[in-house]
Design a protein around this ligand. Structure first.
Ligand code: DOR
Length: 433
């Protein structure tokens, strides 16, 4: 099947932003021709044509919590959100700390066939931060794991972090950290500041994140290991990353849509859907995150898509688990919060959502619509305004704080390896490959 995407604004994530046709033939991006006999034409006038989005940070909940999300439902949510690849976090049950589990996640992703599901492996067995997981086996498995993290928990022991970085450096694999010093976080529920004091909720100081980020940057410098800082949330961490990059440390960082959209003042509502880890920070932190995304300090936007059942999420704030959905709103939040007000341009948005995550993970088949590359493409309307209705989500759960919010920018079509996974905004759920 071939498709001619005609008259669109092609933004390829390398800085190019131009009007041209894109031809998809036999699963790859083909050379445009004057006549494209037999190709289905997709009128993309007024639409943006970009590489399929790549999420560095998705909780698929399978194995273990299939009541909350499965690889199939996460893949459908990802496709609906414009993604063609997701990196699956290892805090499942059992934890993805062995080749058997990552292979299972990878194989299940292929069977669903809506996006590439790229498993991340755990750094430590059972995420306990004590003994190393089967890192070598996970790297050598068919899943070819490249990113390792105990996400959901920070590695508390500096010697364990050092030894694991030394080991990973031998494979040029990535040590990815959920930066949080447990002692300092002290069971906090939200960011520590004026709002936590006013609301009577125990706070997590910014320093709980910054101490671990600083430690890991020092250890990455010592070991030469590639370091990726997950969902950074404070102005101090942005500063640390900026300085480390200037000094040549091999560090990359991501930020979530909720950390550039919301701040801790929103918690006045005590809405448990706003409870996330790391917590929503101050207005000044949010501004620093936006600046970091704009100036290249923060490399990528990652969703931290974290499905939780409504029974668990609708508990009292203190008892509700942290996390919110992200895959089906990330692109629109980026366009609404960053592109529309002129904080970043469309080319940078595509770089943050597609090209940079591809580069970080070292993926060969994603992040480009250059000729001859696998046809992973998203086509979206940058101007369509819509209202978030969680009832329409493809995720199994509904834990979003954005219900009823008006957003600009909507996915129209997605191609995954040349097959259509989304047509006119509708996910074609049957496996296309
Ligand atoms: O808010 C969060 N939820 N942050 C994490 O790091 C883990 C995640 C989850 O697994 O629910």
């Amino acid at each position: 099947m071939s498709f001619l995407i005609s008259g669109g604004r092609v933004v390829d994530g390398t800085g190019a932003d131009e009007m041209r046709d894109v031809l998809i033939e036999d699963g790859i991006i083909a050379a445009p021709r004057v006549t494209s006999d037999g190709a289905e034409t997709i009128d993309a006038s007024g639409l943006v044509v970009a590489p399929g989005l790549v999420d560095l940070h998705t909780h698929v909940r399978e194995p273990g919590r299939e009541d909350e999300e499965t690889i199939a439902t996460a893949s459908a949510a990802a496709a609906a959100g414009g993604y063609t690849a997701i990196c699956a976090m290892p805090n499942t049950d059992p934890v993805a700390d062995s080749a058997a589990i990552v292979e299972k996640v990878w194989a299940q992703g292929r069977e669903v066939g809506l996006v590439d599901v790229i498993p991340a492996g755990a750094l430590s067995r059972g995420l306990r931060g004590e003994r190393m997981a089967d890192i070598g086996e996970m790297i050598r498995s068919p899943a070819e794991v490249r990113l390792f993290t105990d996400d959901g928990r920070g590695v508390q022991n500096a010697l364990f972090a050092r030894r694991t970085m030394e080991y990973l450096a031998g494979f040029d694999a990535i040590y990815a950290e959920h930066c949080e010093d447990d002692g300092l976080a002290a069971g906090g529920q939200m960011h520590e500041g004026n709002w936590s004091a006013a609301l009577g909720l125990r706070g997590i100081p910014a320093e709980a994140e910054e101490l671990m980020a600083a430690r890991d940057i020092a250890l990455a410098r010592l070991t030469g290991c590639r370091l990726h800082l997950l969902h950074i949330s404070t102005a101090g961490t942005v500063k640390l990353v900026r300085r480390a990059k200037a000094e040549g440390v091999r560090v990359t960082a991501e930020a979530t849509p909720h950390h550039f959209t919301l701040d801790d003042s929103a918690l006045e509502s005590y809405d448990p859907h706003l409870k996330v880890n790391p917590p929503l920070r101050t207005h000044a932190d949010r501004e620093a995150i936006v600046d970091g995304l704009a100036d290249g300090t923060i490399d990528a936007i990652a969703t931290d898509h974290a499905p939780h059942s409504m029974e668990e999420k609708e508990m009292e704030f203190t008892y509700a688990p942290p996390g919110m959905l992200g895959l089906e709103t990330a692109l629109a939040l980026t366009l609404t919060e960053l592109v529309a007000p002129g904080r970043i341009d469309m080319a940078r948005a595509v770089e943050l959502l597609a090209t940079a995550p591809t580069r970080i993970l070292g993926l060969e088949d994603q992040g480009s619509i250059a000729m001859g590359r696998p046809a992973n493409v998203v086509i979206f309307d940058p101007d369509e305004t819509w209202t978030v209705d969680p009832g329409e989500f493809h995720s199994k759960t509904r834990n979003t704080p954005y219900a009823g919010r008006s957003l600009t920018g909507r996915v129209r079509h997605v191609f995954f390896r040349g097959a259509r996974t989304v047509a006119d905004g509708r996910v074609l759920e049957e496996a296309p490959v």
